[in-house]
Design a protein. Structure first.
Lengths: 340, 180
């Protein structure tokens, strides 16, 4: 498929000499209307389509247009510098001009953790600390944390027993458990942040022993302890005046199927009364519709009344029916009273 | 079988009042005997006291149907009226729609009602008001919900949907196996 520049002229001469119809030229009309983007090997043919013929043989026309565009693309590719490697001719494609949309979504920003939110409200900024710090003991710079860190507390060969501390307590073990607990707490907080970010329910801790349990906490613990038997608390002794805990679930209860029909009926009727009171007595849309209809009717009457004088020329006029119903102006009080 | 709870009664009456308004009272407080609503397998049945007493002697899971079914509660707690309630809704209907004979079959096959098939419509029908559908001989065919108010119906083109189909008597044949 790939040929050098020298061979191009050979091809040209062969093509020009041959009279075979199937072999087409590499010279395309309206070449400037074909947009090229060699980087993506893309050619866009903007030539006009003959709409009359297009309906009849659209396949042929499309094929011809595509061929033209492809030919122009290859023509321009041959103009690029060609290098030879292992008997093959290679072209380095230029930068692509067309921007393709990215395949995946733009990654979302990680929602802030609880600490980050808090720090923002308080205006706390992160101070950049250097990674290496001076280690007095070894007289050299060592990492602040991690492997081979400076001032490593775990490497202490001796720990002073603090005042008021149990002299037989293992201080090394104490440090280790403290560290373990800190790690566990951090992990829990991390999980909580993840749960918060996904808006799922934050996992509760259940009933862990706390230093200062609240009243609610205690009564919850009591309710749990009551039920934590093989028989789900059925035989647990109660205090003489113990109230049922508010933390135990309620059992649903239904009325008996054949009970007091009178009271049932009354209850339902009362409920209907309440419902009917809730519904506003004035329905705004209905009122608006009524006014609209009144307007329409009035207009229709006015139209009619314009015609009536003609009809009333006859018998009705003599009967005195031609007079409009209401006469005279004035206000509501005086209207119609003057006659009397 | 059990009476409805307060909440259930509320949702049930709310749905019922869309069709018959305050006429629900006439269903509860009847002159010709004591009637009641009972819930059985998430369905609401309307029955007389005598029927209830006979029915409650049978084991609950053996009862298929008792009295007449008004509708059912969905899993999410909404109430759906069923076609079997039509006999009780039709006499007390507040808003009615009459169908042209040409559109009758379409409705009975479960289609919505177009403006072209609309014969008559009760005045002052609001949008989304429950309506009972009749044919021109005043035979109740089913019920639905008004998609347009009476005012809006006047000036809309004949292919717009005027009433949403909810239930029709054709369901007695189509949904024979599920109706109770």
């Amino acid at each position: 498929m790939i040929m050098a520049d020298g061979k191009q002229s050979v091809v040209d001469t062969v093509l020009s000499q041959s009279n075979d119809v199937r072999l087409e030229t590499n010279q395309i009309e309206n070449e400037e209307l074909i947009e090229l983007d060699e980087g993506n090997l893309l050619a866009v043919n903007e030539n006009k389509i003959d709409t009359k013929n297009f309906k009849v043989k659209n396949e042929d026309i499309l094929l011809a247009l595509t061929r033209d565009a492809t030919q122009v693309l290859f023509n321009s590719l041959w103009k690029l510098p060609v290098e030879q490697k292992d008997g093959a001719f290679l072209i380095t494609l230029p930068e692509s001009q067309t921007w393709l949309p990215r395949e995946k979504h733009v990654p979302k920003k990680r929602p802030p953790t609880k600490w980050e939110e808090y720090a923002k409200t308080k205006g706390i900024l992160n101070k950049k600390k250097s990674r290496m710090i001076w280690d007095e003991q070894s007289q050299e710079y060592k990492p602040r944390w991690g492997y081979k860190r400076a001032n490593d507390a775990t490497k202490d060969w001796l720990i002073e027993v603090p005042d008021n501390a149990d002299p037989y307590e293992d201080q090394y073990e104490k440090r280790k458990t403290a560290k373990r607990e800190r790690v566990a707490k951090n992990e829990l907080q991390r999980l909580r942040n993840v749960a918060r970010a996904q808006k799922s329910k934050v996992p509760g801790l259940g009933l862990t022993p706390t230093e200062k349990p609240s009243k609610d906490h205690l009564s919850k613990a009591l309710a749990v302890a009551h039920k934590s038997t093989a028989s789900i608390g059925k035989f647990t002794d109660r205090l003489p005046k113990e109230k049922p805990s508010k933390f135990t679930g309620k059992k649903r209860k239904f009325e008996p199927s054949i009970g007091n029909f009178g009271s049932e009926k009354e209850k339902q009727l009362k409920m209907l009364d309440i419902v009917s009171k809730k519904v506003p007595t004035i329905n705004t849309t209905k009122a608006a519709n009524r006014i609209l209809r009144q307007d329409e009717e009035q207009r229709a009457q006015e139209k009619k009344s314009k015609k009536t004088p003609k009809k009333l020329k006859g018998r009705k006029a003599t009967l005195g029916l031609g007079k409009p119903g209401r006469q005279g102006g004035g206000n509501k009080k005086t209207r119609g009273k003057r006659k009397r | 079988m059990r009476p409805l709870t307060q909440e259930e009664t509320n949702t049930f009456f709310e749905k019922l009042s869309k069709y018959i308004g305050e006429n629900i009272k006439l269903l509860i407080d009847r002159q010709d005997g004591s009637y009641c609503f009972r819930l059985h397998k998430d369905r609401v049945y309307y029955m007389s006291e005598d029927q209830l007493k006979i029915g409650s002697s049978a084991a609950g899971d053996t009862i298929l149907s008792i009295g007449s079914c008004f509708g059912k509660f969905t899993k999410s707690g909404k109430f759906h009226l069923l076609i079997t309630a039509l006999d009780y809704l039709a006499p007390y209907a507040k808003h009615k729609v009459w169908l042209k004979s040409s559109a009758e079959q379409q409705f009975l096959y479960g289609h919505h009602i177009m403006k072209s098939g609309l014969g008559r419509l009760t005045e002052d029908t609001e949008q989304y008001q429950g309506v009972i559908v009749y044919n021109m001989n005043d035979l109740p065919l089913g019920f639905g919900v008004a998609a347009k108010s009476t005012q809006a119906c006047r000036n809309c083109d004949p292919m717009t949907i005027v009433v949403f189909h909810q239930a029709d008597t054709g369901q007695y044949i189509r949904d024979e196996e599920t109706l109770t």
